[in-house]
Design a protein around this ligand. Structure first.
Ligand code: HEM
Length: 419
């Protein structure tokens, strides 16, 4: 544990030790960890990021609402950060907290509203029935590859191959480009030796597509963004397309994986012929409350000295949004109950100007729901192939998802494009 760099400023007498925002507990028992942090530090906890960089974790539902609702005081402008002099060039969180990347993520004020509208307008025009049909087609194709084997890893063979493929199609990429984009995206996310090559492949492909659609517009997201740039350049549009791909793929894949896990492990959702099948929508909703892919997001920067949750926040301090922490805040979960039944007041898509754009949320929902429905439809007796306790999560405090989800089922013949 590191001495809390903010302790002197708080004057509250609690939380003299800051919590490291990394390590096994985020993987194994995040709910308990958030509970303890709230108990020891209150709704705004001092934390330490890799490299002993101090920051705050906002765990309180009310405090997170206040923070996300005031984009001037709690800005998305990372230039404000008072820690930049301490950040080395090879800081591991650099891909997530960028100083220079001028994408939608770090744009503020009216420019942000316009930029957000370019994305939302283009996604809003997507026909949800076509989106569902296109997703179901990819789902069938993926299931065809393993359905006669009787076993599959529903993460590597399914969830991780789906959202980027659907998004690529929506954007206007040809079907032939899809598989290479999936590989590149997953290489980039896995952060191994091929990560940079993956990132380069995505960037090159996006720039090429933007050039192609500029010359020959079509009925796709890229053409619609280029036809409605509101003064933004092709470069800006390209950067935002990369954000949309990266921001869209992994959390949607994790939403599919975490929901399938819940349905395969919890009797209420027993996803087998012998058990009653609770609705897919309810499982997906429960996951966004209890096991959200988007656990913690960096972040916001205080534009001046202020107070939040009883803490003194200095100008330029970084505040990390604990969406999972706020979802579990006992102040809003008074009966401690599991929330299902379509209550959408969770924080998983954040809140305020920089929340996940509504049409992006809807896109994610159609992709995830269709992916889950098609699996249950094609493999009705699908079941876990290992004891539940053997399932593991990726070791990340940011996005929560399974490393694998081994499943077994009665082998069935491939459909080969026939439904
Ligand atoms: C389950 C799936 C998803 C989850 C849980 C999710 C969650 C989030 C969260 C928490 C943020 C950050 C908000 C903040 O800083 O306050 C965000 C931002 C964003 N998301 Fe999503 N997202 C998902 C899917 C998608 C998809 C499919 C797309 C695009 C097709 C997308 C596009 C974006 C964009 C462009 C932003 C930046 C918004 C801004 O800064 O104005 N997301 N998302």
């Amino acid at each position: 544990m590191t001495q809390c760099p903010h302790a002197a400023a708080t004057g509250t007498g609690v939380g003299t030790e800051a919590v490291h925002l990394y390590g096994g507990r985020f993987q194994d028992e995040p709910a308990r960890l958030y509970r303890e942090m709230r108990r020891d530090h209150g709704p705004v906890a001092p934390i330490v990021l890799p490299g002993s960089i101090p920051a705050w974790l906002v765990l309180g539902y009310r405090e997170l609402h206040q923070l996300t609702g005031d984009p001037v005081l709690f800005s998305r402008d990372s230039q404000l950060w008072n820690q930049w002099p301490a950040i080395p060039d090879d800081w591991p969180l650099m891909p997530m907290i960028s100083r220079t990347q001028p994408s939608i993520l770090y744009t503020v004020g009216e420019r942000h509203s316009s930029r957000s509208a370019v994305i939302s307008d283009a996604l809003e025009a997507v026909n949800p029935f076509e989106l569902k049909e296109g997703t179901a087609e990819f789902a069938d194709e993926l299931i065809d590859a393993f359905c006669s084997a009787g076993t599959a890893d529903l993460i590597a063979d399914y969830a991780m191959l789906m959202p980027v493929r659907v998004l690529a199609k929506l954007f206007g990429f040809s079907d032939e480009k899809g598989p290479a984009l999936v590989t590149a995206m997953n290489d980039m996310i896995n952060g191994g030796a091929t990560a940079l090559a993956g990132q380069r492949h995505i960037a090159t492909s996006v720039y090429e597509l933007v050039a192609e659609r500029k010359a020959t517009p079509g009925d796709d997201v890229v053409s619609r963004m280029l036809a409605n740039t509101r003064g933004f350049t092709d470069e800006d549009v390209s950067r935002d397309l990369m954000v949309m791909m990266a921001a869209g793929h992994q959390p949607t894949a994790d939403w599919i994986g975490n929901s399938l896990r819940l349905m395969l492990t919890d009797d209420r959702f027993a996803a087998s012929l012998s058990g009653g099948r609770h609705s897919v929508g309810e499982a997906m909703n429960e996951v966004l409350w209890e096991d959200t892919p988007s656990q913690n997001i960096a972040g916001r920067w205080a534009s001046r000295d202020t107070h939040l949750g009883g803490r003194h926040i200095k100008a330029g301090d970084l505040l990390v949004l604990s969406l999972a922490g706020a979802n579990a805040d006992p102040q809003v979960r008074t009966d401690g109950s599991t929330l299902t039944g379509g209550n959408n007041a969770f924080f998983s898509f954040s809140h305020g100007d920089h929340r996940c754009p509504f049409p992006a949320q809807e896109t994610a929902e159609v992709i995830a729901r269709t992916a889950i429905e098609v699996i249950l439809d094609r493999l009705p007796d699908v079941d876990l192939a290992v004891p539940e306790e053997q399932l593991t999560r990726r070791p990340s405090p940011w996005l929560r998802g399974l490393t694998d989800l081994p499943a077994r089922f009665t082998p069935t013949p491939a459909l080969g494009g026939q439904r």
